[in-house]
Design a protein around this ligand. Structure first.
Ligand SMILES: [Zn+2]
Length: 118
């Protein structure tokens, strides 16, 4: 899992890239209308938006799983063990795909697979 500092640096970098990209785009499109400028900025921001949503969701999922360590299977009461990560694709309101990585647990008793609670 990435640290808060690593995420902060990535977000800062992504923001800077957007600002710089917009500045360059504006230089190449000096006659762009307000609508065109708005559309261009929305397009660029939606990428950062998706990244921030994904990173934030992944962070909180990991945190929930840590809190669930030591928990038992709701089916049979046996211990749960971590079983790597599973990817899950979600769509944002804007229709952008976001890939979430979730820790996945398996029961040592009945073998049922479980995502962390929450
Ligand atoms: Zn079980």
């Amino acid at each position: 899992m990435k640290t808060k500092e690593e995420l902060q640096r990535e977000w800062d970098k992504a923001s800077e890239d957007i600002m710089q990209g917009v500045t360059e785009w504006r230089a190449e499109h000096p006659r762009a209308t307000l609508r065109e400028i708005e559309a261009e900025i929305d397009k660029r921001l939606s990428g950062l938006r998706a990244k921030i949503i994904r990173d934030t969701a992944n962070q909180s999922v990991s945190a929930r799983w840590e809190a669930a360590e030591g928990k038992v299977c709701p089916e049979c009461g046996a211990k749960l063990i971590k079983k790597g990560k599973q990817k899950r694709i979600l769509l944002t309101k804007e229709g952008r795909e976001i890939e979430l990585e979730r820790d996945y647990g398996v029961c040592v008793g009945c073998g049922v697979g479980i995502f962390p609670p929450g």
